[in-house]
Every structure is written in C-alpha cells, then in structure tokens.
Design a protein around this ligand. Structure first.
Ligand code: ARG
Length: 463
C-alpha cells in the first residue's frame, strides 16, 4: 500500500485514493446494501465449496462461514456501518469479515470475482421478488374469484368504446381480470424457471484455474444448474429485464382495473363502493371520498415501464463482458419491484373490501339499448332473416325508442310491427337483460353457468 487512502481491496497498483467525485459516482453501497443477505448467502455457499474441494482448509472455511453469520446479524440488527470508500456491498461485507475473523477472510475471494458475485446476488434478489409476486398474484386472483362467485349472475352493462354494448355479468367481468393476472402468474413462473442458472464461479469472465465445483454452489443457492458460459454469466442481465417486462405488463393490467374502479366508484356510475380503508377525503370538500389508491395504482405502470426502458438502454450496445454501466441496473429494479408489490397489495385490499352495488349494476345493464343484439339475433333465429337485415330493422327500432324516450322493452308490439310485420310478443322475452346474459352460454361467454364453470376451473388450477 503506497497511500493510506488507496482502496485496500484493489489499491495495490495505486499511489493515491480516488477523488471525492470519483468515489461518489463509483459507489453503489447506498443502494446495493439491499442485497446483503443474498451476498452473504452467496459467500457462504462459495466458502463451503472451497472447503469441499480442498481449495481452502476446513478451519478457514468454518471461520469464514461463522464470521459471515456475524456480519449478517450486524446488518440485520442495524449496527453495521456501511462505508462509501468500500464501494459496494461485496467489499463492505468482506472488509468487515476481515475485522471479525482476521486473515482467513482474505481467502474467501479465491476463484471468484465481484463480477460473478454481483450477478449472483442480483439474480437471487430478483428471484426472491418473483417468489413474492407469485404469492401476491395468487392472493389477488383468489380475491377476484370470491367477487366473481358472489356475483356470477349479477347483470351489468358490458362496454366497448366505453359505450354500453351488451349486458354481461359482474362475475364475468371479474373473471376477465382473473385471466389477465393468471397470465401474469404464468409469466412469473416462466421467468423464474429460465433465470434459475447460477453465475457463481464464472469468476471475472473466463472461469478459474482453481478446481471449483459450480454444481455444488448452484445447488446450495437453489439454482437448477450453473450457467454454461462464463462470459454470458457475468454480462447477462436478461433476468432483470424479463422481471421488469413482466412487471410492466402486470402493472398495465392493474392500471386498467384501477381505471375501471375510478370510473365505477364515481357518483355517476355507483357500480362499486370502495371501503373507507382504501379511500381518502378532501381537505376542502366534505362530501368527497376519493379513490386515491386506485389512482396511484393506475400511475405505477409509468415508473415500472420506465425502469424497463431505462435498463434496456443501459444494456443496449454494451460489449461483452462486464462493464461498470451494469451497476446502473439495480436502483431501477429495486424501485420497480417495490412499487409493483405495493400496487399488487393495494389492489388486493381494494378488491377484498369493495362492494358491488347490485341494483345500480342492474339498472345500468338495461339502459342504452343493451339488448339490441338480442333483438337482432331473435329476428334471425325466429323469423329466419339474414343478420344484416335484422341489424337494420333493429337499428330502426332503436331509433324509434330513442325518439319515444324509452328503452327497447318499453315499445309496444304495434310499434315493433312497424319495423317488421311478423314480429310477435315472444320477442319481449329476449329483451330482458337476465335472459340476455343467460342465453350467452357459448364457451367463455357471460352466462352465469359459464361464469361458474370458469370459477370452478380456476379453483381447480389453483388447488
Ligand atoms: N458494484 C458493482 C456492480 O454493482 C459490483 C461489480 C464490480 N465489478 C467490477 N469489475 N468493478 O456492478
């Protein structure tokens, strides 16, 4: 060491320590301390392997593994002093280990590098997030299944262009989100399976001349196998990008549902009542109950997709293998993960607490000529008209009802007959919304029997 302020970890060839600005731009300890437990798990696995392969003595390995537990408890207990001069979590842990156990600490870094170490730590961290997301998605899906089951036959308007289209059931609408979050769940599981290869032992980039056992460390850390190419292992951040990609899609789903809850809870719709626990008031308008949680969930997709774009830009064009650019991967992933988890939890709480207003849903279901398609289908089925003619006749009846200021079922048979002389009283059966939804029994349709079948299918899938 030629200068006291040069870095003790890599300062051998340096005569002076870094400028304060250099230290500020270089250090990642401010954020990568979140990977402390993964870092220590990785080091414990590496140490055990160094012992099993006789690269280190069992005595040194014991000291290292014990010492790492001490360091972990200091970090978890909040007594650990993180140092910016030590750059990152890897060097902070190793430096403290040296203080705790002395000389054997210096042997821990045999046959590895911070490059495979950071890739391993980050993968373990992202994998933990995927596991948490799986639990959160399962819980949300279950909450939606409860809503769907309770209201499998509650009629409500279905929309296209946010204009009343055809009556559907509350259960059917809830089940649409079950399908979406179900796909998110399968993306989480796919990503987890694909990412579950261990970078540890790739060392700096080329592997190592020490007789390490990468299968052993992979197994100890719960990976399926070691990553097969050392250059790829240290420079791959696909797992983080996939995480952000699937989180973005899920956050997009959450935002669509959130938007519906904002609309539905308005005084103009009154389709749902959100609980006080997931609403806020206004400081000036005493009557207000605002759906803030839904609005914030709606907004979260912005920063999550932003992180996805941000990391894609960091990785784009980087030559193999590790470049320091890649240190910019973590903060965005941490932020996206925190906000995705929060949005999932908030949506879960809102769905469990919310009350669907059956009467308002039913009242809205019948307005806006929502059974016009049923009328056209009746003309095809009973009178044998071509659908295009039936569509035209129905359109003229909608215009008539609009002129009369009434809904389709309120027209008299005589008025109906002005559009087509063969129309009979039976037509009124299909103009009711209950009959309309009950008739849509095609697979995946809105009929309560289909909705109940889908609820049962999902319960089976999840059991
Ligand atoms: N703090 C670094 C990161 O987060 C760890 C890897 C450093 N490797 C290196 N060759 N400087 O990426």
């Amino acid at each position: 060491m030629t200068d006291k302020s040069a870095n003790t970890m890599w300062g051998g060839r340096f005569a002076a320590g870094p400028d304060a600005i250099m230290e500020a731009i270089n250090a990642s300890i401010g954020f990568d301390q979140r990977m402390a437990s993964q870092d220590i798990a990785g080091s414990r696995a590496h140490a055990a392997m160094l012992g099993a392969t006789s690269i280190l003595s069992n005595k040194d390995v014991e000291a290292i593994r014990e010492g790492l537990l001490t360091v972990l408890s200091e970090i978890e207990g909040g007594t650990f002093e993180f140092s910016t001069a030590l750059e990152d979590i890897h060097m902070n842990v190793e430096a403290r280990l040296k203080e705790v156990i002395g000389e054997p600490a210096g042997r821990l870094h045999t046959g590895r590098s911070r490059n495979d170490q950071v890739a391993t730590d980050f993968k373990l961290w992202v994998r933990d997030q995927l596991d948490a997301a799986e639990g959160a998605l399962l819980s949300l899906i279950n909450a939606l299944l409860e809503q769907a089951e309770a209201g499998a036959d509650w009629v409500m308007p279905g929309f296209t262009h946010l204009q009343t289209a055809q009556p559907v059931t509350w259960g059917h609408h809830m089940m649409a989100y079950v399908e979406m979050f179900g796909r998110d769940l399968s993306r989480v599981r796919d990503a987890r399976a694909r990412m579950n290869e261990s970078p540890l032992g790739a060392a700096a980039l080329a592997g190592t001349s020490f007789p390490i056992d990468r299968y052993m460390t992979a197994q100890e850390l719960g990976f399926d196998r070691p990553a097969a190419n050392s250059l790829d292992a240290v420079s791959d951040r696909d797992f983080a990008l996939e995480f952000l990609g699937l989180a973005s899609i899920c956050a997009m789903h959450l935002s669509r549902f959130a938007e519906e809850l904002v609309i539905w809870s308005s005084a103009q719709f009154r389709f749902v009542t959100l609980s006080d626990r997931f609403s806020t008031g206004s400081s000036i308008m005493p009557q207000k109950k605002n759906p803030d949680a839904a609005e914030l969930i709606r907004a979260k997709v912005g920063r999550i997709f932003g992180a996805n774009t941000g990391l894609m830009m960091v990785m784009k064009g980087l030559p193999l293998t590790y470049s320091k650019d890649m240190q910019e991967d973590k903060e965005q992933v941490f932020d996206a993960a925190d906000n995705w988890m929060l949005a999932l939890a908030a949506m879960d709480g809102m769905v469990r607490d919310m009350t669907a207003n059956r009467a308002s849903l039913a009242a809205a279901a019948g307005s806006g000529f929502s059974t016009a398609t049923d009328l056209a289908d009746w003309l095809v089925r009973v009178l044998g008209l071509p659908f295009r003619d039936a569509h035209h006749i129905t359109g003229s009846l909608v215009a008539l009802a609009e002129a009369e200021g009434c809904d389709l079922p309120d027209l008299t048979l005589e008025q109906m007959k002005t559009a087509h002389a063969d129309i009979t009283n039976d037509v009124f059966d299909v103009l009711g919304v209950e009959n309309s939804v009950a008739s849509r029994t095609s697979y995946g349709g809105t009929a309560p029997v289909q909705v109940r079948a889908q609820v049962a299918r999902w319960k089976e899938i999840l059991s």
